[in-house]
Structure formats: structure tokens, C-alpha cells
Write a protein that binds this ligand. Structure first.
Ligand code: FAD
Length: 582
């Protein structure tokens, strides 16, 4: 729909609070920091890919929200008087995914993003109305597949990687499957793309990226905040899951220059959870992606800088007591203190040929992206913890049947009671206790069945399945630390008294380590990666906040003793990085 006919100009109804109308008082409040101006029909107010464009409040006339550009642009919504036109990117500092174009001459109020960000955190009523609407719009845009386009085969691991990167970063995107989508051939021909150049990502309708890496895609769409090499921050947080994001919020809000990096996306494992129901303060539950977006906005408010994707590859100690984190692209980041919050990843099943299906129909997360590959098909979920339970309940709304395979004899042993009840009440779920996977069967990368054995009888069953979801315990992301820190026998980072037990681990420290300090002075660990941690969002958040307290104590001690401290010209929390020479 691109023409300007009357039907198109009808205002889009409010969908679940996505398009609320502001009251006269609310418009007045925005007028205080905004600028009123007239617009012509077809005038572009912001374009997909713009960073920090003004929020537009329609005063008269009509403004359209479009996906894409030119004659192929798709109409997503029309807004009229006292509706605002904007997108979540305007508060998270990411590029916007859609464009806004005036459809009739009229008047608009342009509200600068700085004011918008202040409002979202300072004015509980108006701020919450706008933030909720923007979060819902982001979900609508994701559902509608607005913004980025990824063209690639469902059997390609690179296609899957790009889709996962987009999903984990909550980038609205549309996947065009080379195997089944009628428009794929036409598009590939029109763009002159050879099969070996796929997958491709198309941004803003005209920018074509052939087989991009995650970093190339992030750079092209403006997702990555550049990190100046050799900059020194007070607190360098590695990993932006709940623990890292909490540390970013507490660190920056308490005046520490805080940089947080993540190899994939902010939100961590929690960001892949369809609904977290046991996190304090959210009685109706909260989706992991909403929780992550809210935390990013909060961290930004205090001046924390987040850089994604940026993968830590090594930790080293500098002569002046600071710590160097080397990224996989060779960039060196320097922190007076470092927090390791890299979490865990799910363990693989030990069955032959599993790798033939991984990333295509064997998954370690259950979000909309994975669910799309098995709509109305049977699937198998393996695991007995909360992640397996949540995945089962979620997938049961998409798949025809979910077989949940649990190694132990009691579903309630590792799974929260509310999830056990939900799983048991869902009619298309088949729970099999004392059951382990013995094999996978399929052809040409398509999974057809999972062979499961009842270990109490030895009887094997062939369960038809189009996808297999594995949640069988976790392996810490700590290999990159090499021998630098003390790890426990499972590879988790030891902290506190536990970190300095055993020979050679005290590293000449005069004082015992703080509770969350590792075997190296000034390096802390929090969340799932920490030895002995409770694997929960709340505990990760709590540890992230606690770690900041110890970072203060460490930095104060360092200042007193004159190491690990470079004088700062003036205190500032507005931007993290200072390039102060040693
Ligand atoms: C599907 C699912 C559902 C869940 N549901 C719940 C629930 O309902 N309630 C609950 O309390 N808990 C739940 N959990 C558990 C909870 O999400 C975790 O305990 C929590 O996310 C741990 O937080 P974290 O910050 O320690 O680590 P993570 O969330 O694992 O985050 C670590 C981050 O570090 C990044 N990283 C890793 N290595 C590097 C590196 N080398 N360089 C840079 N970055 C790196 C990762 O990309 C990741 O983003 C769930 C987990 C899953 C997977």
C-alpha cells in the first residue's frame, strides 16, 4: 500500500496500547522542550537507519509510518492529531527501523531525543505511557517483519547466525527463505546476487550486505558503539546479561565511568526467555526482551556505554595495576576494575551426528525465531529445569506436539512448581521421565525423529520431530580467561575466600579478596559464570549490584596506595571513556 487514497489515510486503530493519544496537558509538557513546525505532504520526518531523530507529535494533518523506502515501501500505520510517531531506538540510542513521512500538510511538534529520554525516566506518567507504547511498537514491528531483510536458506548456518543475531538484539527483521519464499528468487535476481553470496542482509531498502559477519552487520546498521582503543574506564563489564546490566546501572549511577561489552546482544540468556514470571515486581511476568530494553534505557540514563558486538578474547594485567581486556579483533580495553559477567551457554547432547542439525533444527534457545521453524510440527525438548519448562509451555502454543524428555524421575526436582503445573496442564505436551536421547534421524539437514530411551526399562522409542530443543545444564563462558583466574573443577570462576585457596593463587595480596573478587585483585565475577552462583535473573542482578560496591572499595584502596589510578581532570558521568594519558 503506497498510494495516497482515502482508505489509506484513515487513522490506524490503537493496538494494545501501541498508539495512545496524548492529552492536551501532555502535549503542552512536550511543547516546553520541543519545536512546532509545519510540514508538507510527502515530507520525510525521519528515515529508517537514522540515529537519534526527534520524536514527532502530530498536531494536525497525518503522518505515515513506513517500512522500507520508495515505491516498495509498506504502510505500517497512520497517525493523526495528538498521536506520537517514534520508535524504541529513540530511547535506547539505536538506529530506528522505520520511516515517518507526512501524508497531508499540517503541523507537528518535534521533540528532541534528549528530552524524550529525560521524560521516560523522570516523568512517571507520561514517560511510562511513551515507553510502554514504544516497547509494544517494537514487538509489532518484529511481528510484522519490518526493517532489516535477511535473504538466505533455512539450511544455512550463516542465515541462522544472522537471524539469531537480529533476534537477540531485538532488531525487527524479515527473513526471506530461499527454499520456500516465492519472492526470494525475484529479489536475488534483481539484486544480482550469486547463490554463494547468500545470506544477504538488506538495510534501508538499498544497502546490500553479502554474507556479513555479525560485526559487519552491526556496523552497517549503526548498532555498534565505537570503543576507542586504549581508553581507561573505572569499571569494564564483560557480558551484558542481567548481572552485567545491573553492574552498568549501579556503576554509572554511582559515578563510575562504566563500559559494558557483549559478544552478541544485551540481555543475555534472560533476553531469550519468552516470559520471566518469578522476577520481583512483575506479577504478570515480563518478557526477557522487555526487561533487557528497560535495563539498557536505565543504564544509558546514567551515562553507561554499551558496546555490542564486542567479544572478550583475553584478560591481562597492566603494570600500573589496571586490567586489559583484549577483544577478538585485537582492540584493547583498559579498566581500573573488571567485572566478569559472561554467564553460561547450554551444554550439547552427546549423540552422533548432532552437529549436522545444529543451528538449523537443533536449538539451545526457544524464541519466536526458533519456533517459526516448527509451526504445527512435533518437537522434542530435553531437560528438567526451568528453561526446559518455559520452552515446553511456549512451544506448545506453536508446535503440534511437544515431547519433554527428563532424565530424572521427578519433574518437580529442578523445575519451579508453577511451571510443573503449567506443563502438566498443557494438553499437547507429553512428559517422559527417566528418558534420555540416544540418537537423531533425518535427511539433508532436516530432522525427522529423535530416538529416546526409557532408562528404567531400556525400551527405545522413535519420536517424530522437526526440531530438538536442548536445555541440559550449562557450561560457563570462561575459557577466554585461560589460566589468568582461579576456576573451579567445572570451569566456573571462583570468588572470595574460595578464589585464594590453593597454592599460587594469592598473588601477593595483603588482604583477603572481597566476596565477589576473583583470584586477581580488581577483577570481580558475578552471575551465572561465578562458581556457586544461583542461576536466576534476580541473583545475577543482585550480584551485579553488589560487585559495584566492592569495586568502589577496591578503587578507594587503590587510590590510597597510588596504583591502578590515573588522575582525572574532572569528574563526569556523562560519557564513559576518558583518554587520559598515564
Ligand atoms: C530460556 C531461559 C529462560 C530462563 N528463565 C528464567 C526465569 O524465568 N527466571 C529466572 O530467574 N531465571 C531464568 N533463566 C536463567 C537466567 O536467565 C540466568 O540465570 C541469567 O540470565 C544469568 O545472568 P548473567 O548476567 O549471569 O549471564 P547471562 O544471562 O548468560 O549473560 C551473559 C552475557 O555475556 C555475554 N558473553 C559471553 N562471553 C562473552 C565474551 N567473551 N565477551 C563478551 N561477552 C560475552 C553473553 O553473550 C551474554 O549476553 C532463564 C534462562 C534461559 C536460557
Amino acid at each position: 500500500m503506497t498510494g495516497g487514497d482515502q482508505v489509506e489515510l484513515a487513522e490506524t486503530p490503537d493496538l494494545h496500547g501501541a498508539y495512545p493519544r496524548l492529552s492536551t496537558e501532555q502535549v503542552r509538557a512536550l511543547e516546553r522542550g520541543g519545536r512546532t513546525r509545519s510540514v508538507e505532504a510527502d515530507e520525510v520526518l525521519f528515515r529508517a537507519g537514522d540515529v537519534d531523530p526527534d520524536l514527532v507529535v502530530v498536531l494536525s494533518g497525518a503522518v505515515a509510518v513506513l517500512d522500507g523506502a520508495g515505491p516498495d515501501a509498506r504502510l505500517l500505520a497512520i497517525h493523526r492529531s495528538h498521536r506520537f510517531v517514534g520508535e524504541l531506538g529513540q530511547v535506547t540510542g539505536r538506529p530506528v527501523a522505520v520511516s515517518a513521512v507526512a501524508r497531508e500538510p499540517g503541523e507537528v511538534l518535534m521533540v528532541p531525543v534528549d528530552l524524550l529520554r529525560r521524560l521516560v525516566v523522570d516523568d512517571p506518567q507520561l514517560g511510562d505511557l511513551i515507553l510502554r507504547a514504544l516497547l509494544i511498537r517494537r514487538s509489532l514491528h518484529i511481528e510484522l517483519g519490518a526493517g532489516l531483510r535477511i535473504i538466505g536458506s533455512r539450511y544455512s548456518a550463516d542465515t541462522r547466525r544472522l537471524r539469531e543475531f537480529a533476534a537477540r538484539n531485538r532488531l525487527p527483521h524479515r527473513w526471506i527463505d530461499l527454499e520456500t519464499d516465492a519472492e526470494a528468487d525475484e529479489l536475488v535476481r534483481r539484486l544480482g546476487i550469486e547463490p554463494e553470496e547468500t545470506p544477504v542482509a538488506i538495510w534501508r531498502g538499498d544497502q546490500v550486505l553479502r554474507k556479513p559477519s555479525d560485526a559487519e552487520l552491526a556496523k552497517a546498521i549503526g548498532l555498534r558503539t565505537p570503543v576507542p582503543p586504549h581508553a581507561t574506564c573505572d569499571l569494564l563489564v564483560v557480558g551484558a546479561g542481567p548481572a552485567g546490566l545491573a553492574a552498568a546501572v549501579y556503576g554509572a549511577s554511582e559515578g563510575l565511568k562504566t563500559l559494558t561489552i557483549d559478544s552478541v546482544a544485551a540481555g543475555g540468556q534472560a533476553g531469550t526467555s519468552p516470559r520471566i514470571e518469578n522476577y520481583l515486581g512483575f506479577p504478570a511476568g515480563v518478557s526477557g526482551s522487555d526487561l533487557a530494553d528497560r535495563a539498557i534505557i536505565q543504564a544509558r540514563k546514567f551515562g553507561a556505554v554499551l558496546s555490542v558486538p564486542a567479544r572478550a578474547a583475553a584478560l591481562e594485567q597492566a603494570d600500573d595495576g589496571c586490567h586489559v581486556v583484549r577483544l577478538d579483533d585485537g582492540t584493547e580495553l583498559v579498566g581500573r576494575a573488571v567485572l566478569i559477567a559472561t554467564g553460561v551457554r547450554y551444554r550439547r547432547l552427546d549423540v552422533p551426528n548432532l552437529e549436522d542439525y545444529e543451528g538449523v533444527c537443533v536449538f539451545y534457545a526457544a524464541t519466536e525465531v526458533e519456533a517459526l521453524t516448527c509451526v504445527a510440527d512435533p518437537v522434542v525438548v530435553v531437560g528438567g529445569g526451568n528453561s526446559a519448562g518455559q520452552a515446553t509451555v511456549f512451544l506448545a502454543t506453536r508446535a503440534s506436539r511437544v515431547h519433554l524428555l527428563v532424565r530424572g524421575g521427578d519433574l518437580g526436582r529442578d523445575m519451579s512448581r508453577y511451571l510443573v503445573d503449567r506443563v502438566s496442564r498443557t494438553p499437547n505436551v507429553d512428559v517422559r521421565l527417566h528418558t534420555e536421547v540416544r540418537g537423531v534421524e533425518g535427511r539433508d539437514g532436516h530432522l525427522e525423529a529423535v530416538v529416546a530411551e526409557d532408562t528404567s526399562t531400556g525400551v527405545r522409542d522413535r519420536l517424530p520431530a522437526k526440531a530438538l530443543f536442548v536445555f541440559i545444564g550449562a557450561v560457563p563462558y570462561a575459557q577466554w580467561l585461560g589460566d589468568e583466574l582461579a576456576l573451579d573443577e567445572h570451569g566456573f570462576v571462583r570468588t572470595g575466600a574460595d578464589a585464594v585457596q590453593g597454592a599460587g593463587r594469592a598473588e601477593g595480596r595483603g588482604t583477603p579478596p572481597y566476596l565477589l573478587e576473583t583470584s586477581r585483585r580488581g577483577v570481580f565475577a558475578a552471575g551465572d559464570v561465578r562458581s556457586g552462583s544461583i542461576k536466576r535473573v534476580a541473583s545475577a542482578v543482585g550480584e551485579g549490584a553488589m560487585a559495584v560496591r566492592y569495586v568502589h572499595e577496591h578503587l578507594n584502596g587503590a587510590r590510597r596506595s597510588g596504583w591502578g589510578h590515573r588522575p582525572r581532570p574532572r569528574p563526569t558521568i556523562s560519557f564513559m571513556i576518558s583518554l587520559v594519558p598515564p
